[in-house]
Design a protein around this ligand. Structure first.
Ligand SMILES: *Cc1c(COP(=O)(O)O)cnc(C)c1O
Length: 412
């Protein structure tokens, strides 16, 4: 939870000025209470039903966040072997892990089978064939759900829409029945579920329910053939408020889901990513220079597109606030970083009352920020800090410059 107290922005009970003093900038700051509250909202909405919330950890895969969620009973949606290793390192239960993604390697399949994951979300006939072969070699049966593409429009940004026919994700709706029949004939495969994930940053949940109706149609058609599924996984995709959006109401969405599922004996899985972490984090940065100009004023800060690529990649809008609220009106700035790219901006045309050396908070940076960061321009990755009441925990150290080239070799 982030709020102003005495004109100074705090994370829970800790002033961000104190965080900057202790850990330096740029720095991602998370609120433990906000993380816990977001997960609790999902879990309590599922209360009384057979359901599992599997955090889509690609949104933010820091071990401390995984640890917090695992302790509260969450499962995880992973998209790589690396993410499975993180779950295990954080003490999570592989038995609550579902494995999504269009390009799983044989090595990743082996690792996931050995670890005893809950389910593979299979995205093509070719993947099914490979998974059966890998499971056969290991003398195991692989639990499988097909990610079915319901061909519904999530009505979101084209880069984050995944449920249309032209997307690379999932198997075609019309091909699903035949794939299920084929899978049930394979001794190395255990058919357990069905899933879909139609996109990200949805500002309404109607498209999710539309997808659910199509999935339930398939569930019923399969049941009529004697293929009974244990679970239905609706993916993630709920948006959050970055600016003035009204994000979907989680409880109303989940009520709508269970109303449609009715008396069917199905466990429901959800894969929220952004909605669990997005607004529980911010990116703290310091103004290096103010650079007034004829056409534009720039505030050059010490964070950059390598720390938060969403504005450059999706033209995403993040609220940017001065950590010390002086109350006076300011000037209009483009907030830019030091990286040598014109796309290196965190926000454009923001009114800020600031001076050189002041701190800014780029809000809603808990999701798809640190995990998409890079070392472009040989910039070490920023530190990550989790605030818990009056306490601060350094949950990832700032990278050292030497570690940027530690794996490189001079010519002999
Ligand atoms: C990214 C992803 C999610 C999470 O999406 P959000 O929009 O962050 O909720 C869930 N499931 C799958 C398969 C994904 O790829």
């Amino acid at each position: 939870m982030f709020e102003f107290r005495n004109g100074s922005l705090h994370a829970e009970s800790v002033p961000l000025e104190a965080v900057a003093r202790e850990f330096g900038t740029p720095c991602y700051v998370y609120s433990r209470a906000a993380l816990a509250a977001a997960l609790a909202q999902f879990q309590s909405a599922c209360g009384g039903h057979d359901a599992l919330v599997c955090y889509a950890m690609k949104a933010n895969s820091n071990l401390a966040i995984l640890d917090l969620f695992a302790r509260t009973g969450a499962g995880f949606d992973i998209v790589s072997g690396g993410e499975l290793a993180r779950v295990i390192a954080a003490g999570g239960d592989p038995g609550k892990v579902i494995f999504s993604g269009v390009g799983k390697s044989a090595a990743e399949m082996r690792y996931a089978l050995k670890s005893g994951i809950l389910c593979f979300n299979v995205e093509s006939a070719a993947e099914l064939t490979r998974l059966a072969a890998v499971a056969g070699e290991m003398g195991r049966r692989a639990p499988v759900s097909f990610r079915v593409n319901p061909d519904v429009d999530a009505r979101t940004h084209p880069y984050i829409s995944t449920g249309l026919k032209e997307n690379k994700f999932g198997v075609e709706f019309g091909a699903a029945l035949e794939l299920y029949r084929a899978a049930t004939r394979m001794p190395q495969i255990e058919v357990v579920g069905i899933d879909c994930h139609i996109g990200s940053s949805l500002i309404e949940y109607a498209p999710l329910l539309e997808a659910l109706d199509k999935m339930l149609g398939l569930v019923d058609a399969l049941a009529a053939e004697g293929i009974r599924l244990r679970h239905l996984d609706l993916g993630g995709g709920l948006g959050i408020r970055y600016r003035d959006e009204s994000p979907p109401d989680v409880a109303a969405y989940i009520r709508g889901v269970f109303a449609r599922v009715g008396g069917r004996k199905l466990k429901l899985l959800f894969e929220p990513g952004r909605s669990l972490v997005g607004n529980a984090g911010l990116l703290l940065t310091r103004i290096e220079y103010l650079k007034p100009g004829a056409a534009r004023n720039f505030a050059v800060v010490d964070a950059a597109m390598n720390d938060l690529i969403r504005p450059a990649l999706y033209e995403a809008w993040h609220n940017i606030v001065a950590v010390r609220n002086s109350g006076v009106s300011g000037a209009v700035y483009d907030v830019v970083g030091p990286v040598c790219e014109s796309a290196d901006f965190l926000g454009k045309e923001r009114e800020l009352a600031v001076s050189e050396g002041d701190l800014l908070a780029v809000m809603s940076a808990g999701a798809y920020a640190m995990c998409m960061s890079s070392n472009y321009n040989s910039r070490p990755r920023a530190a990550e800090v989790m605030v818990d009441g009056e306490k601060t925990h350094l949950i990832r150290e700032r990278e050292r410059t030497e570690s940027l080239f530690a794996l490189e070799h001079l010519l002999l």
